[in-house]
Design a protein around this ligand. Structure first.
Ligand code: PLP
Length: 393
């Protein structure tokens, strides 16, 4: 029984389907459709498809199905539905489960596109959304009410790396009859214990750590079999956010090594954060693994590691931050995360550029803030790289 396997074994083998050729590596079924042996067989499949029977790639595909089964086994959910991107997963999950008149409570510190969906799109269709400070349980308690259908949160926020007490928020949500939907990208599937803590739906942008090498877009919604097949599948198959079989194959290969990569990246993040902490040119080093992080204790209790993203607040503002960024030789300036390469981002002028200044300030996105997604390089080279960057400030 593969259920008894450990995480790493599942990541290598779970859900493998082999064709009559017995190929070792997963096959890429790059086909939009499937041939039926007879008209009766086509009729029967449209009436009810079996677990390993496919109709059209927008509905499902053998390569995509292996990826879905493997990520569900890793996350500990009954099922999963793969999507074209992380945003297709977030928008699909929320739109599929909500209707006009429903109420949603969401943490305010969100990835920009998630905020757009909640603030601009759902409200357009008559869903009411209340935003709260995700770290303040009193605000969650005050915001939920009988009509609250869902609460939405990023378990670790972007880019300030605030950690939300998922277990407590889930208790508050469930008492009100609401489902808990978690965008778990920053926690990563490796460190996640979201289901055990009470999450009903766990979403990943596979573009990040699952690919892990900055190549392909993808996403996934993990949940119960009933939720995935009765709520998500009908919505996704008719709206078209399917993951391509080629990208599913890229993601499968990413899953094979994700445990090793993410643990190595988190260990490097911890070492780098400790090495840079206390530097007089830095106002703050933010990493949930540091004892002075405001939610360090919660992070330790609810995750099997502290993640691969950290942030630096340069004391000298934007000018100093740009000087540091322009000096880096190992880390690259970009905006992805979860990549094998260390990536430095200046949120105030890139990912969060469009936020009004007062909202930036409220979220803590100062002109001196630099977000770092730690890669797989030698930690000594990264420490030297950032020390050289600090020297020029
Ligand atoms: C990147 C990201 C997304 C969106 O994923 P895409 O694959 O780029 O669509 C959503 N949420 C979080 C927290 C992310 O980091």
């Amino acid at each position: 029984m593969t259920q008894d396997w450990g995480k790493r074994t599942k990541l290598v083998h779970h859900g493998a389907r082999r064709s009559q050729y017995g190929e070792v590596a997963e096959a890429i079924y790059l086909t939009q459709g499937f041939v039926y042996p007879s008209a009766e067989a086509a009729e029967a499949r449209f009436l009810e498809s079996g677990a390993d029977e496919f109709i059209y790639a927008r509905y499902g595909n053998p390569t995509v199905a292996v990826f879905e089964e493997r990520i569900a086994a890793l996350e500990g959910t009954e099922d999963a539905f793969a999507t074209a991107s992380g945003m297709a997963a977030v928008s699909g999950a929320l739109t599929a489960m909500l209707r006009a008149g429903d109420h949603v409570v969401s943490a305010r510190a969100l990835f920009g596109s998630c905020l757009y969906i909640l603030e601009e799109i759902l409200t357009r269709y008559g869903v009411e959304v209340t935003f709260v400070d995700g770290t303040d349980l009193e605000q969650w308690r005050a915001a939920v009410r009988p009509g609250t259908k869902a609460v939405f949160l990023e378990s670790i926020s972007n880019p300030m790396l605030e950690v939300i007490d998922l277990k407590s928020v889930a208790e508050i949500a469930h008492a009100a009859g609401a489902m808990v939907v978690v965008d778990n990208v920053f926690t990563t599937p490796v460190f996640s214990r979201a289901v055990e803590l009470g999450a009903d739906v766990v979403i990943y942008s596979a573009t990040k750590h699952i690919d892990g090498q900055g190549r392909a877009l993808g996403g996934v919604i993990c949940g119960t079999r009933a939720f995935i097949r009765k709520t998500i599948e009908p919505y996704m198959k008719h709206t078209g956010g399917a993951l391509s079989p080629f990208n599913a194959w890229v993601m499968l290969n990413g899953l094979t090594t994700i445990d090793l990569r993410v643990r190595a990246q988190a260990a490097t993040a911890q070492t780098l954060a400790e090495a840079l902490q206390g530097d007089p040119r830095l106002a703050r080093v933010i990493y949930p693994g540091l004892a002075d992080h405001p939610q360090h204790v919660i992070a330790k209790a609810q995750m099997d590691g502290f993640g691969t993203v950290m942030a630096l607040e340069v004391a000298g503002g934007k000018e100093a931050a740009f000087k540091l960024l322009n000096t880096l030789k190992v880390a690259v300036i970009s905006n992805n995360l979860g990549d094998a390469r260390t990536i430095a981002t200046h949120p105030a002028t890139t990912t969060h550029q469009r936020l009004p200044d007062d909202q930036k300030a409220a979220l803590g996105i100062t002109p001196g803030l630099i977000r770092l997604s730690i890669g797989l390089e030698d930690v000594a080279d990264l420490i030297s790289d950032f020390r050289a960057g600090l020297e020029v400030i």
